[in-house]
Design a protein around this ligand. Structure first.
Ligand SMILES: [Fe+2]
Ligand SMILES: [Fe+2]
Length: 197
């Protein structure tokens, strides 16, 4: 996939309106510690799609490149933490992503479509909140890192949407709208925490 079109309009995520930014800014150590694992899991999820769908040539290439981006993000977040004198911690799980995954249908080809769209949702939400943090952070290097992560996650969202469109040209938009609405419900039930989601 050489050119990734801007497809974000197909995924109408509700804006973050809670006190999330205040909670996150009050405990940046927790945000970083969790985010290291978010980036790691994003890489693993991309690679897991290659394991499941090796016959999809476009998907294999796009996911290999995306996993590469995400592992670079792990390195960048780890470096930021090291600079802050902060130790990494174990992964405390991700109830938000787990809840979204319960909406992935079990049978292919619907399963592939849903996996791509759920990943697009997670990338889209991450991009929004990483951008909010970037705008709020006063330390210039941390702000620049979060801004660059936000830009990358927008691109990733569009890569997932583009793959979804190519495998389900007539149904991807309606399903993207459904999953965006599901995500709004999941967020509404989710406690506000010092992490990206
Ligand atoms: Fe990332
Ligand atoms: Fe990403």
């Amino acid at each position: 996939m050489d050119e990734v079109p801007q497809l974000g309009d197909a995924l109408p995520l509700v804006p973050t309106t809670s006190n999330w930014l205040d909670v996150a800014m009050a405990d940046l150590d927790s945000v970083h510690a969790d985010h290291l694992h978010c980036e790691r899991k994003a890489a693993q999820s991309a690679l897991s799609l290659i394991r499941s769908y090796p016959e999809h040539t476009d998907l294999v290439e796009a996911m290999a490149r995306l996993a590469h981006d995400e592992t670079r993000h792990v390195v960048q977040v780890a470096a930021l933490m090291q600079k802050r004198g902060q130790q990494a911690s174990y992964d405390h799980g991700d109830e938000y992503a787990a809840q979204l995954r319960t909406h992935i249908r079990k049978q292919d080809p619907a399963r592939l479509l849903d996996r791509l769209l759920v990943f697009a949702v997670i990338e889209g939400r991450s991009a929004e909140r990483l951008g909010m943090l970037a705008a709020a952070l006063t330390e210039p290097k941390a702000a620049a890192l979060y801004a660059s992560l936000a830009d990358a996650e927008v691109r990733h969202r569009d890569i997932f949407l583009s793959l979804a469109r190519s495998i389900a040209p007539t149904s991807w938009r309606a399903r993207a709208t459904e999953l965006a609405a599901v995500e709004a419900e999941v967020l509404a039930q989710h406690p506000v925490m010092a992490r990206i989601h």
